[in-house]
Design a protein around this ligand. Structure first.
Ligand code: PLP
Length: 476
């Protein structure tokens, strides 16, 4: 019996990626429909695992936006590679506890091996870099703020920020990730400390506005704690001017953090690497493996040039972790977590299987698909509004500009049709909403791009005729 279940699971792992291309990318479902189907699980009477696996697979296949679909052109959720699924499965199997090196030496060293290579790829010296896997980019960004506070206000860990009587300021563009809002609350610097900097028409930090901001804040008594640059913003894929940000941060004595959660992977590509010049001058970097490195969630990474600050932010002593088993870099003393999954195992297997140059090719291919999508959209009469070498295309249409259609309605219509999935986005600075298509799957090919463009055209025609009908009715 149990053999049959494993066979069923393995068969699903094998067949789902092969079948996904022919399945709808998403399906609109009412919560009530789903809850009706779940009513059979009363969680009182035991259910045989075969039946549960069958039921769960059916539910997961039916009710989801399938982010592993080659025509999911959505947020930065990747199609996952087989090696990553194997890695996550083995992590669950052995369940190593990575809080301390001494408990999981093999898993720990496999992680360090990968992290050292990635630190090197960023232009950091692996020997002097503190690096760790995190649950994701949000935790990595939190780590950066905590380390920056620990370095700037060594006493704040004891006294709290109130005790240091400073008004720390964090400079980021209005296109930076919203995780910083929660981080400002969690760390106690408060959201008033977030000093939004304007973006240029390319949606990247306006460096002149940053300098003006800092100068006027200094007069108000703020202390520039952190300058955040985003390498690949969520809305438009913009890359902030990293060398200029590094220079400004240095000039004003602030920590320079680069949030490269998605875009960081571009350092693995020879062609895209120059776009991230300046990342090597950061004090810390956020880079998610569960985005462009195509491994399952959650796998973020945090790199920091100041191990002493990281230690000050996170190091603790406990009676049940005796000193003789302690390693200076025990993750429980260098990160926010205690119990810790072997996050890096799936990353190690993925990278080792393909090799870093192989990853570079995968990433370049996706960037090329982005270029081709731009060209196809332009040919079909759409206007590209963003400017990035990364495969994220923001676009609009003359009819949207004339307010005859909305980007939101068009995206919803494409998604309801089920053959592709895209989103709409309001770029930074209160500009009008546009459509957003990101190549997130290493499986996306030219036929998928053609399909997206024809779905957009069909949605545009449908929406235009629906709008005409509405207008005719409205006009009597
Ligand atoms: C995704 C993302 C984050 C948040 O990362 P999670 O892994 O979702 O926690 C932060 N910053 C940027 C630029 C991102 O793209």
């Amino acid at each position: 019996m149990i053999d049959d279940v494993w066979r069923r699971v393995v068969e699903e792992i094998r067949s789902f990626p092969a079948e996904i291309r022919d399945l709808p990318v998403s399906r609109v479902a009412a919560p009530s429909e789903l809850r009706t189907r779940l009513a059979r699980y009363d969680l009182e009477s035991p259910v045989p695992i075969e039946e549960l696996v069958d039921g769960v697979c059916r539910l997961m296949r039916t009710y989801a936006v399938h982010v592993v679909h080659p025509r999911y052109f959505g947020l930065f959720n990747p199609s996952v590679r087989g090696a990553g699924i194997i890695g996550d499965t083995l992590a669950a199997l052995y369940n190593p506890q990575l809080a301390a090196w001494s408990h999981a030496p093999a898993a720990q060293e496999l992680e360090r091996l990968v992290l050292a290579r990635f630190a090197d790829a960023l232009g950091f010296d692996p020997a002097t870099t503190a690096s760790n896997f995190t649950t994701g980019g949000a935790e990595a960004n939190l780590s950066a703020v905590l380390a920056a506070v620990a370095r700037r206000y060594p006493d704040a860990g004891r006294s709290g920020l109130a005790g240091v009587r400073a008004r720390p300021a964090i400079y980021l563009s209005d296109a930076a990730h919203h995780s910083f809002v929660k981080i400002a609350r969690m760390t106690g610097v408060g959201t008033d400390a977030l000093r939004p900097v304007r973006t240029t028409e390319r949606f990247a930090v306006d460096i002149d506005d940053l300098r003006r901001r800092i100068a006027s804040d200094l007069e108000l008594g703020y202390e520039p704690l952190l300058v955040v640059g985003t390498a690949g913003t969520t809305a438009t894929g913009a890359i902030d001017p990293l060398p200029e940000l590094a220079a400004a941060a240095r000039e004003f004595g602030a920590w320079f953090h680069v949030d490269a959660a998605w875009g960081g992977s571009a350092v693995l590509s020879h062609r895209l690497r120059p776009a991230l010049d300046g990342i090597d001058r950061a004090d810390s970097v956020t880079w998610d493996a569960h985005k462009w490195l195509s491994v399952p969630m959650g796998a973020g990474m945090f790199f920091c040039r100041h191990p002493d600050a990281v230690g000050r932010a996170f190091s603790t002593e406990t009676a049940y972790m005796p000193a003789e088993t302690r390693d200076a870099d025990d993750p429980y003393r260098t990160t926010a977590q205690w119990s810790r999954r072997a996050i890096g195992l799936k990353v190690f297997l993925s990278v080792a299987e393909l090799g870093l140059p192989g990853y570079g090719e995968l990433i370049e291919r996706q960037a090329e698909m982005g270029d081709r999508l731009r060209a196809r959209l332009t040919d079909a009469g759409w206007d590209i509004v963003n400017d990035t070498p990364l495969p994220l295309v923001c676009f609009t249409h003359p009819r949207i500009r004339r307010a005859a259609l909305t980007a939101e309605d068009l995206a919803a219509r494409v998604n309801r049709r089920g053959r592709a999935w895209i989103s709409h986005v309001v770029p930074a600075g209160d500009r009008p909403a546009v459509l957003r298509a990101c190549v997130t799957s290493y499986r996306t090919d030219e036929a998928d791009l053609d399909c997206l463009v024809s779905e957009l055209e069909a949605a545009r025609r449908d929406e235009a005729s629906a709008a005409n009908v509405r207008q005719a009715r409205g006009g009597g």
